[in-house]
Structures are given as C-alpha cells and as structure tokens.
Design a binder for this molecule. Structure first.
Ligand code: IPE
Ligand code: IPE
Ligand code: MG
Length: 236
C-alpha cells in the first residue's frame, strides 16, 4: 500500500479474547493464547504497511480486578510472545517499547519486557509499543506530577502549552494517535490513550481479537485513508 504519512500511529484495543474462547467451550485463557499469535500477525502487517507506531493495549490498570489465575496468565504472555517471535521481530527491524507502570508487574515479566526493549533498541523500523499496566488517566496524573516537580526542582516556568505537556507523558515521543481500532463489539475507550486520541479516527469492529485478520486490518487502514479529518475546521 502506498505509504501515507498521515497514518503514522495506530492504536488497538485487543478485546474479546475471553468471549471468543467461551463460544467454543474453551477456557478464557485459550483466547489469550490465540490472541498472542495475532499480535504477531497484525504487527508484521502494520510494519509492512509502513505504520510508524503500533500501540497495543495488552493490560489495563483496571485488569487487576480479574481473577488471580487469569491475571497470572496474562503476566506470562510477554514471555510466550517474545520466546516465539523475537527472532522474527529482529528480522523485521521492529522496535519494542512499553508504556505503563513497571510497578506491580511481577519481576520475571519485567525482566522479559526490559530485555525485549533492550535487544530491539538497535532496530530502526516500526515501534511496537505495548500498553502494559497502562491507564490513560494515570498517565496524565503522572505527567502532571513530573511537570510539577520540574517547576519546583528545576525552576521551570509555570506557563505550559499542550505540546510541552505532551512531552511529560509516557508516550510523549510518539505522534498522536491517527487511528484507534477496538475489536469485540464494545464501543468504549476503557481508559486507553485519552490525551493521545483527542483527534483520532475511531473504528469499532464486531470481530473478536483472535479472529481479526491482517486483511481486515489493512481494510481499516484503507477506510482511514478515505476519512475527512477536519480538526474543527471546514472542508476546503
Ligand atoms: C482482551 O480480551 C484481553 C485483555 C483485556 C487482556 P478480554 O479478556 O477482555 O476478553 P473479553 O472482552 O472478556 O471477551
Ligand atoms: C480493555 O479491555 C483492556 C485491554 C484490551 C487490555 P477490557 O476488556 O479490560 O475493557 P472493558 O472492561 O470491557 O471496558
Ligand atoms: Mg474485554
């Protein structure tokens, strides 16, 4: 597909794993296992399409409410993912990054994420950014704290532009989200990238994450290309 500079950052709420598995009389965790395979498929396609940043919602600050057994399973997924696909990610020149708080994440999961970030830091291709123990409100609060600290400790001036505030966010170095996709039929944001999605185009799909195909993903990008983004202005 022709590279379109305006679709730089795609963010996906990978939802519907549990319901998809239940429909097939399988455990919810089976849905997560197949979902991990699909992370690989969609990431590779996004990279091939020339997307600069793909942010995937993997674990929210609210997901700790789930049964301990499921939380433990979700914490094991990075290991499964990187063991299986690290070689391919390197071949594809993909960089791994993460937004979210390391705090509360079990040490072995942290080690795995940190290693993946470190090993792929030499790459120059697409950024595959996992939102892990991530909450949009939390991200904004942490940014506000960092800014306040900068004022107090470094004598930073009080006036603050939107662009300057953005630099205090965990995602501050990435372009704003152009396209947000949520699978599973739910039509809500669930505390995902609140600041970054201020002007994102939204797509809510009925398909569950494990069955969301690379061709459907590409169709979303094509649909996005047809949209008329006005940013509050009028059509020329
Ligand atoms: C998304 O699928 C995966 C995570 C939230 C980690 P769900 O586990 O939310 O699946 P449903 O939405 O209950 O079907
Ligand atoms: C959002 O899905 C979080 C992730 C996909 C990681 P949830 O399934 O947790 O969201 P709700 O509970 O339906 O809002
Ligand atoms: Mg869900």
């Amino acid at each position: 597909m022709e590279k379109n500079q305006s679709c730089r950052h795609v963010a996906i709420i990978m939802d519907g794993n549990g319901r998809w598995a239940k429909k097939q009389n399988r455990e919810r965790t089976f849905g997560h296992t197949i979902g991990v395979e699909n992370v690989r498929n969609i990431a590779i396609r996004a990279n091939d399409l020339g997307i600069e940043v793909l942010t995937l919602y993997a674990f929210s600050t609210e997901n700790w409410k789930r049964p301990l057994e499921e939380v433990n399973f979700l914490m094991k997924l990075p290991e499964i993912f990187f063991k299986k696909f690290m070689k391919e990610l390197m071949e594809k020149n993909i960089r791994i990054r993460m937004i979210g708080e390391w705090e509360h994440v079990p040490q072995d999961t942290r080690d795995i994420l940190e290693r993946a970030i470190r090993e792929t830091s030499v790459n120059t291709g697409m950024i595959l950014n996992f939102a892990f123990n991530y909450g949009g409100k939390r991200e904004i609060v942490l940014a506000a704290q960092k800014y306040a600290q900068d004022v107090r400790d470094n004598g930073r001036a009080l006036e603050l532009t939107e662009d300057e505030f953005t630099t205090y966010l965990m995602s501050g170095e990435y372009p704003p989200v152009d396209l947000m996709i949520r699978t599973s039929g739910e039509q809500r944001i669930s505390n995902f990238l609140l600041w970054e999605m201020a002007y994102a185009e939204m797509m809510f799909l009925d398909v569950a994450w494990p069955e969301f195909t690379t061709d459907e993903f590409e169709a979303c990008i094509r649909d996005f290309m047809q949209r008329d983004r006005r940013y509050g202005g009028v059509k020329a």
